[in-house]
Write a protein that binds this ligand. Structure first.
Ligand code: MSP
Length: 519
């Protein structure tokens, strides 16, 4: 299939503030998107995965000041840390956007002009509370003990400001939610969004006049754009919008927009499910199809915070336990959409249980027997499979549609659970069939049992490629599955593992973590 004939899938991560170095929260959102993006590619989609950095606003300006460098130098260096994460955590993003790029400033200004020309942005003055840490405005009634509801410190701001007529969009947003029941996931979060909007919307201040580090408001040098209007626009900038501008790309825009999924953390859902659709409606641009809000990680039961200094460094985790092991843990341990806790014990438990024991041992046992007992030649699939063979094969063949359904609703943990159920079935099958005992009594049946198992491992390895690309590659190499036979078109019964080829001496793919256990 050419990329033209494939259906497209455009998904985005939030763009990350560059006031901090990347931590587990950032890695988590991008990993979830990477898992889904790789899945969709193998499932025949033309995927575009966008990530990047959010570089304007007071928070970043202050971080640069604290570091004693200019905002531009500061953002250049911190943005690079996020870009490097792509390589070190094996992310497959197709683009990396920085809000300080010219293409992005042009898109922000074009959107601003559109909103202003349509009468949705007007000049007024703002007086109220502002929390730089959240880059958000709060009313007096929202404050809790003099702080933002998020716990962030607030300051009183009084300055001229442009306003977006958010209140005008309340009913239209509610009607849109009604007509698009899948717009926000999980459902509980969608309900929160609906009640927030139903509770009444205030017009939104969309410019700041007291500092300079932002996209200049067209025709008014005293103002820079509110960082969230700037930031949200990145999703459409990257598609080549506005198509008639200097950076325009009509074909790309028509292909990519609207986005299929904006993945965000629960803390920034309101910006994506309320403000962003309102801006787009006001500009008469199509709305994204879905926004999914995931939960937050704590560290050994404690909230992760700068003051506690307990941020988890994803690179350190990958170094200690292995990259694919970390990727697996983060997607499997916590139901996606819920909050979860990181603990060393849980990490080791998953790594040694699900990976080393369940999948790793299965593959190593089966391939070692093929290597030793079949002269290293992959045996042929049984011509007359037994009822047990059929049941196991049927379970593997049925996986793809079930896993796909979960992936499409961001049920990542559930998709993995389904795959691991078949791995458990295969382990039960191998114990019951005992091919090691058949070696002397019935070598022909032993060969059949090994062929059935190798086929299960092939299907599982193809399915886990999106999450554990390196390990899956090793497994498929060991099985002798050629590179162009590794897409989802090759599973579900469409083809079977070829036989008659010679395999190399297998090496374990998922090591046990022993050191820490001994402690
Ligand atoms: N710059 C804004 C997003 C603009 S998108 C148009 C921003 N940046 S951020 O760097 O502060 O956060 C980015 C993401 O990291 C958010 O989705 C947030 O939920 C996520 N996380 C930050 N800490 C987290 C945890 N402890 N656990 C899981 N995710 C968390 O917000």
């Amino acid at each position: 299939m050419t990329s033209q004939s494939k259906p497209k899938y455009y998904l985005t991560t939030p763009i990350y503030y560059v006031n901090d170095k990347p931590h587990i929260g950032h890695a988590y959102t991008t990993l979830a998107c990477d898992f889904l993006a790789r899945f969709k590619r193998l499932d025949g989609f033309d995927v575009c995965l966008l990530t990047g950095t959010d570089e304007h606003g007071q928070k970043v300006e202050k971080a640069a000041l604290d570091a004693g460098v200019s905002p531009q130098d500061f953002t250049d260096s911190v943005s690079q840390n996020f870009r490097d994460l792509t390589g070190s955590l094996n992310f497959s993003n197709d683009d990396f956007i920085r809000t300080t790029e010219s293409r992005h400033k042009a898109a922000c200004q074009a959107l601003w002009n559109l909103l202003r020309d349509r009468g949705h942005i007007t000049l007024g003055s703002y007086s109220g509370w502002y929390a730089t840490r959240d880059e958000a405005f709060y009313t007096e009634s929202e404050l809790v003990d003099g702080m933002a509801p998020t716990g962030a410190p607030v300051e009183w701001v009084e300055e001229p400001s442009y306003f977006f007529n958010l209140s005008h969009w309340q009913d239209k947003l509610l009607a849109f939610y009604e007509a698009h029941p899948d717009f926000v996931g999980p459902d509980s979060r969608f309900n929160e969004v609906k009640s927030f909007v139903a509770g009444g919307l205030r017009d939104l201040s969309v410019s700041r006049a007291s500092f300079k580090w932002g996209v200049p408001v067209p025709n008014d040098d005293d103002h820079v754009m509110y960082v969230w209007l700037d930031a949200l626009t990145n999703y459409i900038t990257a598609t080549g919008w506005p198509v008639d501008g200097n950076f325009g790309d009509a074909e790309k825009y028509a292909h990519l927009w609207p986005a299929d999924l904006h993945m965000v953390g629960k803390d920034i859902l309101r910006f994506h499910a309320v403000y962003w659709p309102a801006f787009l409606m006001a500009a008469d641009l199509p709305l994204p199809k879905r926004v999914f809000a995931h939960g937050w990680w704590t560290n050994e039961g404690q909230k992760i915070s700068k003051s506690l200094g307990n941020a988890i460094d994803p690179l350190a985790l990958a170094d200690q336990y292995g990259l694919d092991q970390m990727r697996y843990f983060l997607m499997r341990e916590v139901p996606f959409g819920k909050d979860g806790d990181y603990s060393t014990q849980a990490m080791i438990h998953r790594m040694n249980g699900d990976l080393a024991n369940d999948l790793g041992n299965l593959s190593q046992r089966v391939l070692s027997m093929v290597f030793k007992n079949c002269d290293g030649v992959m045996p042929a699939f049984p011509e007359r499979p037994t009822a047990e063979d059929k049941a196991l094969i049927a379970a593997a063949d049925a996986l793809l549609p079930a896993v796909r359904e979960q992936m499409d609703r961001q049920g990542f943990h559930e998709a993995l659970r389904l795959i691991w159920q078949v791995i458990a079935d295969a382990n039960r099958y191998v114990d019951a069939a005992a091919p090691w005992a058949l070696k002397k009594t019935d070598p022909a049946r032993m060969a059949e049992v090994l062929a059935v198992l190798a086929e299960i491992i092939r299907q599982v390895a193809i399915l886990v490629q999106p999450l554990m690309p390196d390990s899956a590659e090793k497994m498929l190499d060991q099985l002798g599955v050629v590179a162009d036979q590794r897409s989802f078109a090759q599973i579900g019964g469409a083809t079977r593992l070829a036989s008659g080829h010679v395999i190399a001496k297998p090496e374990p793919v998922f090591p046990r973590y022993v050191e820490e256990e001994a402690v």
